[in-house]
Design a protein. Sequence first.
Length: 227
Amino acid sequence: MSSRKPVPPLIPWLTALTALPPVLVVAAVAARQFGGVSLEFAYDLLTWTVARGFGWLALAAALAVGVLALRDLPRRGVFAVIALALAGGSVGVFQFQAHRLAQPTPRDVSTNLSEPPRFNALADLHPGAANVQGAAACPAAQAVPSQMLAQQAVSALVDAGFPVVRAATFEVEGVHEGAWFGFPYDAVVRIRPGRTDVRVVARDPRPDGGAACRLTAKIVRNLAAER
């Protein structure tokens, strides 16, 4: 008969607890995308309050699993590795994202500050350009020194994840929704002789960690590739 003692039930339970933060985030995303839950509940409460708080609890649980595993590493070590990976990953991702969101990144980006492109179909959402920023805040916000075709502007927007809502000869508008929580961004491409400008604006007032700038960069790269 084997004299080896079974793994204490507390270790699997504590290990399972370390998976709670990512499970809560996935549940929040699903609730937002498929359940019509508000951003205030899915993003602010469930993700940044509940899941983030459980992340630190999960880290404490992982450390406890690590201490318990020292008594029998051959059988308990795998639980410690899994627990530390889950908890450490959760806390690390939250800390990284919190740092990124704390940066003063622009939410209204234009390649032309003297005359930012104006929206037409989406004009009610963005009546002005008081807070628009350019290349100083977003180095990728560079106008394309060429008069693009409307079809090329449409292709550049669609490839950047902006389904088109309006396409005219010299102006194309599109709307992008984030893959996780569906944060909306609006974009307009304005075409003029010898120059094509881009503007991307976040609808939501929350810090976006530079998402508006990254989306602008995608559109500008796509337009440059179409030349």
